[in-house]
Design a protein around this ligand. Structure first.
Ligand SMILES: Cc1cc2nc3c(=O)[nH]c(=O)nc-3n(C[C@H](O)[C@H](O)[C@H](O)COP(=O)(O)OP(=O)(O)OC[C@H]3O[C@@H](n4cnc5c(N)ncnc54)[C@H](O)[C@@H]3O)c2cc1C
Length: 475
């Protein structure tokens, strides 16, 4: 069921001599793991339990020098490379059967410069690592909404979160990255240095090299914010989402709301009578004057809720609130498409597919985008779909491996129904299913320029386990 990232003719690391492997090991500070080594299984295991792949080698990099050694080894031996940032991409592209996995997990250090208003974090850092340090100063970088996600994968593909409508994508807040390109060179890419590469990494994914550190602009956030979390019976979904649609037309950028269709969790504090019922939830983060919260979100809480879990909370706690819903090792298949409008037909698809979900853990999510994301011109960075105000994401989350086909099929059918609507189109690299969609669906009219940058920095397509942009001459 899982997609193989290995194309015919790739040289497997397992074909290499033990001498070559030992030479690589002797040049590293971090560990080089082979299949019989302690820690190998832990290292190859990513968040999505659907992914069960066996790399021939795992390089656990402790610094940029290890990354350079791994990249040079891969290039010289023709080995297939995968890059593990936080290991949370649903497609499992962080790990490949028979390949060399560049594991950045040990490189998760975070340094905040409160006076400059910046943070620099390692390419293996998670959102929670960054939030924890920046919130010490009442600051935050715009990242995602679950603290265990890797910052690198999230940012390189764009990165939406609670702060996006006011401050833009995670990628928009990058000041610079350090990146090891396919030739083994360590480059700093920013507006002033390797500007073409900097343009490409802000939305072009892991195509251009191994990003060893990322520096972001910070903003004043929290430490307390207002959490919106209100649940309704699904039979109110059409009315509540119509109210939401109207509300978005004048809502402030300091309010971020992510509606989703789900089933009521069978646990406190949800009333027992509602457990397992189809439901609509509004989840969000509202900043600014706490006294204005109710007035700001009024139309979203005006129905007859099953439960309203809205409260004042720490931003860092809000960022971690959903962590327990996405445990390591559960089975996941997620796929998204953009919407130019939230129509009644979209709502109908959401409600219908929520009702037919094979797993009560699954959700149909409606990301509300726009704001500052849309203020940036579409060709200013590689990230193309800035003009889209909404994104629909079908999230299958389930436990039983015997139900893999049912759950994947459910996403594909819901997705196909949404794709038929006139308001749908385009893909997001961070919720990519098995990452099989053609790259132009992600990159739109930026695609040709991305091919040029790819051809310059990775002409042999060493970094191809991603939403791949093929360099010229290799199609
Ligand atoms: C629970 C959960 C919540 C999420 N919430 C959000 C959200 O709020 N907003 C949002 O936009 N997305 C969200 N996502 C999607 C998330 O952004 C992507 O899954 C992202 O790819 C994860 O990054 P990672 O570093 O963990 O990926 P990994 O699985 O480690 O890597 C995926 C790919 O990213 C590239 N990559 C990773 N690290 C590097 C690096 N250092 N250098 C170069 N390339 C690299 C490689 O191509 C790699 O194959 C969420 C995902 C999960 C699982």
């Amino acid at each position: 069921m899982t997609a193989s990232g290995t194309s015919a003719g790739d040289r497997r690391v397992s074909d290499l001599s033990q001498q070559a492997i030992d030479d690589l090991r002797s040049g590293l500070r971090g560990d080089l793991l082979e299949p019989d080594d302690d820690g190998y299984d832990e290292a190859r295991t990513v968040w999505n339990g659907m992914i069960d792949r066996h790399p021939a080698l795992v390089v656990q990099c402790t610094g940029t020098a290890d990354v350079v050694a791994a990249v040079e080894f891969a290039r010289e031996t023709g080995s297939e490379v995968s890059i593990h940032g936080g290991g949370h991409n649903v497609s499992g592209s962080a790990v490949a059967d028979g390949g060399l996995m560049i594991d950045l997990s040990p490189m998760n250090g975070v340094h905040v410069d409160p006076e400059a208003g910046t943070v620099r974090a390692g390419g293996g850092a998670l959102l929670g690592d960054v939030d924890h340090e920046t919130q010490l100063f009442g600051l935050a970088a715009p990242l995602g909404v679950v603290s265990e996600t890797g910052i690198a994968g999230l940012t390189l593909n764009g990165g939406y979160g609670h702060l996006s409508r006011e401050y833009g994508l995670a990628a928009d807040n990058l000041r610079e990255v350090d990146i090891v390109t396919a030739d083994g060179q360590v480059r700093t890419a920013s507006e002033d240095r390797h500007a073409d590469l900097f343009w490409a990494v802000r939305g072009g994914g892991g195509n251009f090299g191994v990003v060893t550190s990322l520096e972001y602009d910070l903003h004043e956030v929290g430490p307390e914010v207002s959490q919106l979390f209100v649940w309704y019976h699904a039979d109110e979904a059409a009315d509540r989402l119509a109210a939401f649609r109207e509300w978005t037309e004048s809502a402030p950028r300091t309010a971020a709301v992510l509606p989703f269709l789900a089933h009521v969790p069978a646990e406190e504090p949800f009333p027992e009578a509602s457990w397992g019922e189809p439901a609509l939830a509004f989840f969000g983060c509202v900043r600014g004057d706490p006294a204005a919260f109710e007035e700001t979100v009024g139309p979203l809480t005006a129905g007859d809720p099953i439960v309203d879990l809205s409260e004042r909370t720490r931003f860092e706690a809000l960022q971690a609130l959903l962590d327990e819903d996405y445990p390591d090792g559960l089975r996941y298949y997620w796929k998204s498409l953009y919407l130019t409008e939230l129509t009644d037909e979209v709502v109908d698809v959401m409600v219908r597919y929520n009702d037919s979900a094979p797993s009560d853990l699954s959700t149909v999510d409606l990301w509300w985008l726009g704001g500052q994301v849309a203020d940036v011109p579409q060709d200013a960075t590689a990230f193309w779909h800035r003009d889209k105000p909404f994104m629909l994401n079908f999230e299958a989350n389930w436990e039983d491996p015997d139900r893999d086909d049912d759950n994947v099929q459910w996403v594909r059918e819901g997705f196909a129904a949404a794709e038929e609507l006139a308001v749908s189109g385009g893909r997001y690299g961070n919720f990519p299913g098995f990452a099989g969609d053609p790259a132009h669906l992600l990159f739109g009219e930026n695609y040709d320029r991305l091919v040029e940058v790819k051809t310059e920095y990775d002409p042999e397509n060493l970094f191809r386990l991603n939403q791949n942009i093929a360099p010229r001459g290799t199609d």
